[in-house]
Design a protein around this ligand. Structure first.
Ligand code: G1P
Length: 297
């Protein structure tokens, strides 16, 4: 019997060094994109795919993630007093999500973070969501991957074609196209430089994995950056099973990077009913000034 996918792992124990000093004492995952913390977008994406059993791998300074998805009596009482019904509903929606937390203890890499979730995942297939890759809710990437898993019953990695100048920031696959958007993976390399990259097909922060990855992770040695890399473990898994890549052609924001974070903030603000009008007017004025100063220089 093939099990459907119900579980999702959110690694969130990283140090967030690219956002220092903002992340010195607070988690990167809690940085807001307009009015929601980054990790909430990923959690909502998982729930939209019926992945209702969520585990977040946390570490030091990450307690606010737990508080965010928990009941706040004081806040609710205050909102009730001031009659803010809509906000109460929004806040309570988050309290009902079924989330487990596992502390990573040592930040030994993405592969190590995933291996911590073994007691929660047991012998089921599962998704991995890297919350700094933000996919807007209108995109169907994770849904498509879950559907493809039902058909292939093999691990599936989300892929995106990226410019070679950016390839060193990603895990990269060597693969053969089997059908439109579906690649059979032959090899993987974590963050290669452009000359050594096997292709321009980069791994995005969405994976569907099978529980046999845990034995491989337990035996994994540190790779790139001295960390236990998920990419290397998936590479080792290729000896015993097929792995597929699913090419994503939609919109994605790398919000783990300042520029990507700002792009996500602008695009989500332009879609936010509360601020879209005055914000687009403001952007219009800013760009007008930029154009004028570019023309006069
Ligand atoms: C991680 C993975 C990398 C993948 C990337 C996607 O890297 O190690 O293979 O391409 O996520 O966002 P990180 O961005 O955590 O350094």
């Amino acid at each position: 019997m093939t099990q459907g996918i119900k579980k999702a792992i959110f690694p969130a124990a990283g140090l967030g060094t690219r956002f220092l000093p903002a992340t010195k004492a607070s988690p990167k995952e809690m940085l807001p994109i307009v009015d929601k913390p980054m990790i909430q977008y990923g959690v909502e994406e998982a729930l939209a795919c019926h992945l209702n059993e969520i585990v977040i791998i946390t570490g030091k300074h990450k307690r606010s993630i737990e508080d965010h998805f928990d009941h706040s009596f004081e806040l609710e009482a205050k909102l009730k007093k001031s009659g803010k019904k809509k906000l109460i509903e929004e806040i309570n929606r988050l309290n009902k999500i079924n989330i487990a937390y596992i502390r990573q203890g040592y930040a030994l890499g993405l592969g190590h973070a995933i291996s911590r979730a073994r007691p929660f995942i047991k012998d089921e297939p599962f998704a991995v969501i890297l919350s700094d890759d933000i996919i807007p809710p209108e995109e169907s990437l994770l849904k498509d991957m879950v559907r493809l898993y039902k058909e292939l019953k093999c691990p599936i990695l989300a892929l995106e074609k990226v410019p070679m100048s950016e390839i060193h920031r990603y895990g990269v696959i060597d693969g053969v196209k089997e059908e439109d958007g579906v690649y059979r993976v032959n090899n993987l390399v974590e963050k290669p430089d452009a000359e050594h990259a096997p292709s321009d097909l980069a791994i995005l922060g969405r994976y569907i994995l099978t529980p046999d990855i845990f034995d491989v992770l337990d035996k994994s040695k540190p790779g790139r950056g001295g960390e236990i890399q998920l990419t290397d473990a998936i590479g080792a898994l290729l000896k015993s099973r097929r792995v597929y890549g699913y090419l994503f052609k939609g919109k994605r924001y790398d919000a783990g990077d300042k520029f990507g974070y700002l792009k996500a903030t602008i695009d989500f603000a332009l879609k936010n009913s509360e601020v879209s009008e005055p914000f687009s007017q403001y952007l219009f004025e800013v760009t007008k000034k930029l154009r004028q100063s570019a023309a006069s220089s």
